[in-house]
Design a protein around this ligand. Structure first.
Ligand code: DC
Length: 235
C-alpha cells in the first residue's frame, strides 16, 4: 500500500480508524473520507470475507480453527483502493471483489472471524499494511486492537432497521434476490457474533467519536468526520 500525505497537514501521515456494526455505512463513509484527504483506504472486512470465501470453496470445516488459520497463512489476500473507484479484492491473484459480497459469505464470515488464530494472522497483516500511515482503516476492532494509537477514531452506528435496509438495497443492486426480513435477521445474528466473541469483539474504543448515521445522509456523515479530523490535526 502506498502512503499518502494528508493535505490537512503535509508532515503527518494520518491514521484514521472507523469501526462499527454491519450496515452502519462505514465502508462508504471511510472510502469517501480517504478520497477527500488523499489517503489510502483499507477495508479489513474484505480480508475476512476473502478468507471465508476460500474456506467455503475448499469445503474447509468452518468450526476448525487450525485449518482456517493454516488456510490464511497460505493465502495471498490483497486489497486495493483507487481514489474515487471501488475497492478491489484479490485472493491468490483472482479478483473476488463481487464474490466476497455473496449471501453465503455473509453467513459464514463472522464464524471465520471469531477464531483467535485467524484474528492474530489478520491483525498482523493489517498492521503491516497501515504501518506507513496515510490511511483510513475500516473494521470492528481497529481502534481497540489493530491500531490503538490511531490519530482519529470513529465508531459509526445506526438502528438495526436502517442498517438492514442499506444492506438489502446493496444486495439487490448487485442482483441478489433476498427478503428484507432475512437480511435483518442475518445482520442481528452477525452483530451478536461480532460483539460477543472473546477476541477482537466489536467494541467502541473509549476515545472513539460516536456517530449515529440512522437518519443522516452519507454526505453529511462524511462532512462530520472531516470536521473532527481537521480539529484533531490542528490540536
Ligand atoms: O464490514 P464487513 O461486513 O465487510 O465485515 C465482514 C465480517 O468480518 C463481519 O461479520 C465481521 C468481520 N470483521 C471483523 O471481525 N473484524 C474486522 N476488523 C473487520 C471485519
Amino acid at each position: 500500500m502506498q502512503s499518502g500525505m494528508s493535505p490537512l497537514h503535509p508532515k503527518r501521515q494520518l491514521v484514521i480508524a472507523v469501526d462499527g456494526p454491519a450496515g452502519a455505512g462505514k465502508s462508504t463513509v471511510a472510502r469517501r473520507v480517504a478520497d477527500r484527504l488523499g489517503l489510502e483506504y483499507l477495508d479489513t472486512g474484505a480480508m475476512y470475507r476473502a478468507l471465508a470465501l476460500k474456506a467455503l470453496r475448499r469445503g474447509v470445516d468452518l468450526r476448525d480453527e487450525e485449518q482456517l488459520a493454516e488456510l490464511l497463512a497460505t493465502s495471498d489476500i490483497a486489497v486495493a483502493s483507487r481514489a474515487g473507484g471501488a475497492v478491489r479484492v484479490f485472493l491468490d491473484g483472482e479478483d473476488v471483489s463481487d464474490a466476497i459480497r455473496a449471501p453465503e459469505v455473509n453467513a459464514a464470515v463472522s464464524q471465520v472471524a471469531g477464531f483467535a488464530k485467524v484474528r492474530a494472522g489478520m491483525v498482523t497483516r493489517q498492521r503491516a499494511l497501515a504501518r506507513a500511515g496515510g490511511v483510513v482503516v475500516d473494521g470492528r476492532d481497529i481502534g481497540t486492537e489493530v491500531l490503538p494509537d490511531a490519530d482519529v477514531k470513529f465508531f459509526l452506528t445506526a438502528s438495526l432497521k436502517a442498517r438492514a435496509r442499506r444492506r438489502w438495497e446493496e444486495l439487490r443492486a448487485q442482483g441478489f434476490s433476498i427478503e428484507l426480513d432475512a437480511v435483518e435477521e442475518e445482520i442481528a445474528h452477525r452483530d451478536r457474533l461480532d460483539a460477543g466473541r472473546a477476541v477482537g469483539p466489536l467494541r467502541r474504543a473509549p476515545d472513539a467519536i460516536l456517530i449515529d448515521t440512522t437518519d443522516v445522509a452519507v454526505d453529511a456523515v462524511v462532512e462530520e468526520l472531516l470536521r473532527f479530523c481537521r480539529l484533531r490535526v490542528c490540536e
